[in-house]
Design a protein around this ligand. Structure first.
Ligand code: NAD
Length: 354
């Protein structure tokens, strides 16, 4: 009798990734000298060059990095379309620990690869990347934003402002008042956006519950905002009015939804819902969700509209208008018996088709 044939594992390609959705271009780049390993994904350039940040993260494997790049770049297409910007969607991920492996040389090598894409992709800050890192990238490419030479510098304060406006509108919709005084708000992730957002929320009188895997950031927030520390794993579970994800995506999923202790989920993190079904599950639990790419568009608005050192008022007004867009989305969702992200997707797709 013949021995059973060994199972042949076919290599997985980009096209097999569940997050692949007709991306225009996906580039794998590396640099031997600096150890750079990165993926640049251009999802859609219908409305203009693909603008989206660069994330530095110690992904467990290249497949995880690819999935993230594909998801995030598609999200940028929708975000830029709904924010009314003439820009397409793209994103880059660098596989490295931002606290241990990120160097100016590594960022410069990444910049050289961005330059090779001839402006079809424009990069900027994302998780694990600072304005200083973007200055290093800018030494090798002009296709970079979020530096002081290209605009208002770090986009995070504008992201925080947009999320703050969005939280107020979500509270008005869910609780009947946008007064944040006394509201209990659990913020997960105290980085560039999360920390600045805590300041705005604290100034508005909210009671903050804070969490981060980086303990010094938690201590700093406790001191600065009279905040209470929460285990990062429990940030979504604590009883609160609003849960504010400002760390990584996928936090809203079929495991966490039954545990969510807040009535509103509204934060900066990209791709908060692990799947489309999670939006429906949130709705059936009576939890109002502010679609991530709508509420966190302040940063990309600042990147797209700012001129070097100028027009901060224009950027601020457009960022504050995120609140009006969200209010419209929430009302349409109620009227149409749909989830807010279904409505947001429809509105973005309408603009792309037009
Ligand atoms: P950042 O790297 O400055 O901060 C992220 C923080 O989250 C870090 O302090 C990190 O230690 C913490 N963190 C990571 N995993 C965690 C966990 N499991 N629990 C608790 N904390 C954890 O990044 P950022 O620029 O503040 O961005 C935060 C989120 O907002 C990201 O999802 C990013 O994609 C999104 N976003 C950022 C901008 C922007 O302008 N920076 C714009 C749009 C969206």
């Amino acid at each position: 009798m013949n021995a059973p044939l060994p199972t042949v594992m076919l290599p997985r390609t980009v096209f097999d990734d569940p997050e692949f959705q007709d991306h225009e271009n996906v580039v794998f780049v590396s640099d031997r000298t600096t150890g750079l390993k990165a993926i640049i994904a251009v999802h859609d350039t219908t409305l203009g060059p693909a603008l989206g940040g660069c994330r530095v993260w110690p992904y467990a494997c290249a497949a995880d990095a690819l999935t993230d790049a594909l998801r995030l770049s598609r999200g940028m297409t929708y975000k830029n379309a709904l924010a009314g910007l003439d820009l397409g969607g793209g994103k880059a991920v660098i596989i490295a620990d931002p606290r241990k492996e990120k160097t100016p040389d590594l960022m410069e090598a990444f910049g050289a690869h961005v330059e090779r894409l001839s402006g079809t992709y424009i990069t900027a800050e994302d998780v694990g990347v600072s304005p200083d890192d973007m200055e290093a990238v800018a030494r090798h490419t002009a296709h970079v934003r979020g530096t002081s030479a290209t605009g208002l510098g770090d986009p995070s304060p504008f992201t925080a402002l947009g999320v703050f406006e969005g939280i107020k509108v979500a509270c008005r919709h869910r609780f009947g008042s946008d007064d944040l005084a006394g509201r209990v708000i659990s913020v997960q992730g105290l980085g560039h956006v999360g920390f600045g957002l805590c300041e705005l929320l604290h100034d508005a009188g909210a009671k903050l519950l804070v969490s981060d895997i980086h303990a010094p950031s938690v201590l700093k927030a406790m001191e600065a905002f009279d905040a209470e520390a929460v285990d990062p794993e429990a940030a979504h579970m604590v009883p609160a009015d609003v849960f504010v994800p400002c760390a990584l995506g996928g936090i809203v999923n079929n495991r966490t939804i039954p545990q969510i202790g807040a009535k509103v989920v509204a934060g900066a993190a990209n791709n908060q819902l692990l799947s489309a079904e999670d939006g429906i599950a949130l709705r059936s639990r009576g939890i109002l969700y502010a679609p991530d790419y709508v509420i966190n568009a302040g940063g990309v608005i600042s990147i797209a509209l700012a001129t070097p050192g100028g027009n901060v008022d224009v950027v601020r007004d457009k960022t504050r208008a995120i609140g009006e867009t969200l209010a419209d989305i929430f009302s349409r969702a109620d009227r149409g018996n749909k989830t807010p992200e279904q409505i947001a997707d429809e509105m973005a797709e309408e603009r792309l088709r037009a």
